[in-house]
Design a protein around this ligand. Structure first.
Ligand code: GTP
Ligand code: MG
Length: 138
């Protein structure tokens, strides 16, 4: 079955929304295969966000992701990669549809980076890569 890497980003953990995100994942019917509160490192983030290196928001993004612990989660279920992206909603929380995690719980805080509460893998290839980065034992 398919697996995806989900992160509750530092803004979500700080706001006490980790449980709410896990609740929505479980209510959707996906299984939690691993859950761990972790503090990222520059090395982990360089791998995780390799595709964004060189973009103007890369520096602020890494800084934001180092600003506090993240909840790293591996979810499991048929088509859970697409399914979680749908639960998360659009990248910009202002534009994200109500009913989604970002649309219901996120907003623009006027900061250098979109603080948008969660990350979800966007393909089978990135899921395998990202699970390997965050959970070396899986
Ligand atoms: P993730 O699930 O976190 O990967 O979000 P995504 O796939 O919807 O977005 P993407 O991978 O394109 O970007 C990763 C993260 O970088 C986003 O979640 C935002 O936090 C930030 N980001 C992306 N695009 C922009 C942008 O145009 N401006 C700013 N300020 N931040 C951005
Ligand atoms: Mg992405």
């Amino acid at each position: 079955v398919q697996r995806s890497l989900v992160l509750v980003k530092p803004d979500g953990v700080r706001r006490g929304l980790s449980g709410e995100v896990l609740r929505r994942i479980e209510a959707k019917g996906y299984t939690l295969a691993a859950v761990e509160l972790r503090t990222a490192t520059p090395e982990i983030l360089a791998e995780h966000y390799a595709e964004h290196e060189g973009k103007p928001f890369y520096g602020p993004l890494v800084e934001f992701m180092l600003s506090g612990p993240v909840l790293a989660v591996v979810i499991e279920g048929q088509r859970c990669i697409e399914g979680f992206r749908s639960l998360a909603g659009a990248t910009d929380p202002t534009a994200a549809a109500p009913g989604t995690i970002r649309g219901d719980l996120g907003r623009d805080w006027g900061l250098a980076v979109q603080q948008n509460l969660v990350h979800g893998s966007d393909s089978e290839e990135s899921a395998a890569r990202e699970i390997g980065i965050w959970f070396t034992e899986l």
